[in-house]
Design a protein around this ligand. Structure first.
Ligand code: AKG
Length: 272
């Protein structure tokens, strides 16, 4: 008997925790086609945006397998996935409105690769008004050993926090945010074809891939809600879910951000 997902429960969980997991949204066969396609592309040469955030002087496995960015602008498989019906259904339930697509990415994260410091996507996307959301699909079994996604449950209720210098021995990006002791990141173990949907304010990132022989590949889409008027320049052109372009204004970077302050012995965020 086919078990139907209760989409009102999906919406409730997303609002409560800032993320929700869609198990087996794509089949093993679909995932293996996507994985083979992007591995072949990666091995074939370089693409715009390849080395973003990576120190090319280091002997880093990510220099050999840098992430791909905005592939949907030149690759139909990426576009098909980004605006696929199954992704749309979950996005609509989480956002409770129509989504607009702003980015695709593919992380290869080979054995030994650094992770990405904890951050909030809204720091980069700057959607205004409205909210950002990510769809993060595992292309391998992902666990703590190969550097699965780490999420801070409930942190989507925080404002955008001020970026600080990240530890670049563990992160390929050099900015991250400080997370106080009481907000522990938790690992999200996933199987190929599972998709994690998470809020643009939710603190997330990943730790290094400490295995010697396993990739941690993931296909990622970023979206904003259709009440958006502005997004950061980098995310244009913005697409409706039928692939047509939607005109939004540029959102300036460097808006207000929050820092942790101590109030009566409790850490709280103060926006400056
Ligand atoms: O996959 C990762 O390690 C981080 C991905 C991420 O930060 C994102 O998709 O926004």
């Amino acid at each position: 008997m086919e078990l139907k997902t209760d989409m009102s429960e999906v919406a409730r969980q997303y609002r409560e925790d800032g993320f929700v997991l869609a198990k087996s949204l794509f089949s093993e066969e679909e995932v293996s086609t996507i994985r083979d396609h992007f591995m072949a592309l990666r091995i074939s040469g370089s693409f715009p945006g390849d080395m973003a955030g990576i120190d090319a002087q280091s002997d880093d496995p990510l220099v050999k397998y840098p992430r791909m960015i905005h592939m949907h602008r030149w690759d139909s498989m990426a576009m098909d996935w980004l605006i696929s019906d199954r992704i749309q259904v979950w996005l609509r339930s989480c956002l409770e409105s129509e989504p607009l697509a702003v980015q695709s990415m593919l992380y290869f994260k080979p054995a030994g690769a650094r992770g990405q410091a904890l951050h909030q996507d809204q720091h980069f996307i700057r959607v205004d008004p409205g909210e950002a959301i990510a769809a993060w699909m595992a292309l391998d079994v992902v666990d703590e050993q190969n550097g699965c996604l780490q999420v801070v449950r409930g942190s989507h209720k925080l404002p955008v926090l001020c970026a600080e210098k990240a530890d670049t021995t563990k992160s390929f990006t050099d900015v991250g945010i400080h997370v106080p002791e009481h907000l522990k990141p938790e690992p999200v173990k996933m199987s190929p074809g599972d998709v994690l949907f998470f809020h643009g304010h939710m603190i997330h990132g990943s730790f290094p891939n400490t295995t010697t022989n396993r990739f941690r590949r993931s296909l990622i889409g970023h979206y904003v809600s259709s009440d958006a008027v502005k997004v950061a320049d980098y995310y244009h052109p913005v697409l409706a879910m039928d692939g047509s372009e939607v005109t939004l204004d540029d959102s300036p970077g460097g808006g207000p951000c929050g820092t942790w302050v101590d109030v009566d012995g409790r850490p709280v965020v103060q926006v400056v």
